[in-house]
Design a binder for this molecule. Structure first.
Ligand code: VG1
Ligand code: CO
Length: 543
């Protein structure tokens, strides 16, 4: 094995965002770009010598060449073993599980998740630590520091490793173990859920459509839903992962999963509709005529989790990201368990899960998961819903409606303003930040501001502090607006405006969401002077 030492120089901007380093694919394809980042990651870990890793991705364009580079660099840096998904495929939750199952030193997940794929679209590399979770901020800061200090990287010159057949090969002294991407994940799901109950649900005529959006969940959903649980063939649609996701946005929400939404709102709707994203960690749940917001889904799953075998002893606590609605807090309160509010991004749940403080976590962006892995898990959420439906023998709409009767309803919507000039977006945020101290008590569009602050998180486990995590405006009467800048985009800035309005028991639960949120939206847009800073009020995407 011949190790080459390649001289290089630091490349600007290799700072991991909310979830790994995401850039245009062509940026990753420029000389040394990928290699620098991988070497920096090894350097931040104190070297790769003697270590084991998991590697896989969502199958998008540039996934396979990237895996070959990581294998050659891991071998050159002295790693002893790398576990790779067959054909380079691993969903994010499956990769997290493999890291934990095999007690590896971490893993590389190659994905830009819900962002489109292809040579002109997006690519991403994320390092997950030995607990299976996304690198915490301390580690991403070390990786970034290493990208700025890099002078050389190590790689072996060799032919591509065959990733098509399951089994062990060698790259120099390093073992490359190619594994079935689905098998061990499926075993885990069988342990968590009552597969017999879900099987009889399908056998009794329950119908479902799962839209894999041409992304990584296809093989997992087909194996588990159709082959193991007996859902009819054709339940899973768009089930073959494609390098460009069929030119779509693999983002499971009513906008990008419109064909599924249309079906679910029609007379031909099956009992359950579900979808997941590029790398399989997000989920969308929709019943017949009943879309379930991710914030509600988190609350409903938490309130009913005890119906599934893995959670029958109850939950230790519930965590949600700050912009996620307060619906899950109400469930935690009723259950008498802890509830936690973290910054956006799954990496902030890791410590709480590791410390046993929470069992279930979720984000408004369609991510839900539990302590079974250290990532959000799209198919897990779908299976938990199926388990609940099998036990309660009610429709999705009935379950949602009963939940609101008990806890009240949190009307919720997110507005995304994409590709805003970075200076304009920063200006809007800066000016709003400066105004915060004077807002309380003031009235806008009939709503009185009751609180205004910038979210900062003190991790109760390791004491670390994460600042600048979003600007929050609370209003009398249970409305809230949150502003933050996205950390996953690859072009310009994306401003996210999160809106919610609580309706307590006895109030009207039948309003159109946008109507229910009209006041808080107008108040938020007025306070931040949106029109004058970015020249528009209309968002690109409303979810
Ligand atoms: C978005 C979501 C966040 C999620 C992140 C990664 O981040 O808002 O909740 O954790 O994507 O999800 P941002 O910074 O763009 O708002 V995934 O499925 O794209 O890895
Ligand atoms: Co994702």
């Amino acid at each position: 094995m011949k190790i080459e030492i390649v001289e290089t120089t630091p490349i600007e901007g290799q700072m991991p965002g909310t979830s790994g380093l995401r850039k245009k694919t062509k940026v990753f394809m420029t000389p040394h770009y990928l290699e620098n980042f991988i070497q920096a990651t090894f350097d931040a870990l104190g070297g790769a010598a003697g270590k084991t890793f998991v590697v896989g991705g969502d199958g998008r364009y540039f996934n396979k060449p990237t895996i070959q580079v990581i294998l050659r660099m891991a071998a050159a840096n002295g790693a002893v073993k790398v576990i790779v998904g067959q054909d380079g495929i691993l969903s994010t939750p499956a990769a997290s599980h493999l890291i934990r199952l095999n007690k590896t030193d971490g893993g590389f997940i190659l994905s830009a998740s819900h962002n489109p794929g292809g040579i002109d679209e997006d690519f991403g590399v994320k390092f997950n630590a030995d607990n299976g979770g996304p690198a915490p901020e301390k580690l991403t800061a070390q990786i970034f520091a290493a990208t700025k200090a890099i002078a050389e990287y190590k790689i072996v010159a060799t032919n591509d490793v065959d990733l098509q057949s399951v089994g062990q090969t060698h790259l120099g002294d390093m073992v490359v173990e190619v594994v079935d991407p689905v098998a061990s994940y499926q075993v885990l799901m069988e342990k968590l859920f009552d597969f017999a109950a879900i099987k009889s649900l399908f056998a009794g005529g329950f119908t479902m459509r799962f839209d894999a959006m041409h992304a990584v969940t296809g093989p997992y959903a087909t194996a588990i839903l159709e082959r193991s649980l007996g859902a009819p063939k054709g339940t899973v649609v768009n089930g073959i992962p494609l390098e460009d996701f069929g030119k779509g946005h693999p983002d499971p929400n009513p906008i990008w999963a419109k064909p599924l939404m249309d079906l679910m709102m029609s007379d031909d709707a099956p009992n359950l509709g579900a979808a997941s994203d590029g790398d399989g960690d997000r989920n969308m749940i929709v019943g017949r005529g009943a879309y379930v917001t991710p914030s509600d889904s988190l609350a409903i799953l938490a309130a009913n989790a005890h119906l599934a075998p893995a959670y029958k002893g109850g939950l230790a606590g519930i965590a949600r990201s700050m912009p996620t609605s307060a619906a899950s807090d109400r469930v935690a309160k009723k259950l008498g368990i802890g509830s936690y509010e973290t910054p956006t991004g799954w990496k902030f749940f890791g410590n709480l899960l590791d410390a046993g403080k929470v069992t279930i976590c979720g984000e408004e962006s369609a991510g839900t998961g539990s302590n079974h892995v250290r990532e959000k898990d799209g198919l897990w959420a779908v299976l938990l819903w199926l388990n609940i439906l099998a036990v309660r023998k009610q429709s999705v709409a009935e379950i949602v409606s009963e939940h609101w009767q008990t806890f009240g309803r949190d009307y919720y919507s997110r507005y995304d303003y994409e590709d805003v000039a970075i200076e304009q977006a920063n200006k809007l945020m800066e000016e709003l930040r400066a105004k915060l101290p004077d807002l309380v008590g003031q009235k806008y569009v009939g709503l009185t501001v009751s609180s205004a602050d910038e979210f900062s998180y003190l991790d109760p486990v390791d004491g670390s502090v994460s600042k600048n995590q979003g600007l929050r405006l609370g209003f009398e009467g249970g409305a809230r607006a949150v502003f933050r800048l996205s950390g996953t985009g690859t072009q310009g800035a994306t401003i996210r405006l999160y809106l919610e309005q609580y309706a307590a028991q006895g109030e009207d639960f039948t309003m159109d969401t946008q109507v229910a949120l009209q006041k808080v939206r107008l108040a938020a847009q007025t306070i931040c002077e949106m029109q004058s800073y970015i020249g528009r009020l209309k968002p690109d995407v409303i979810t």
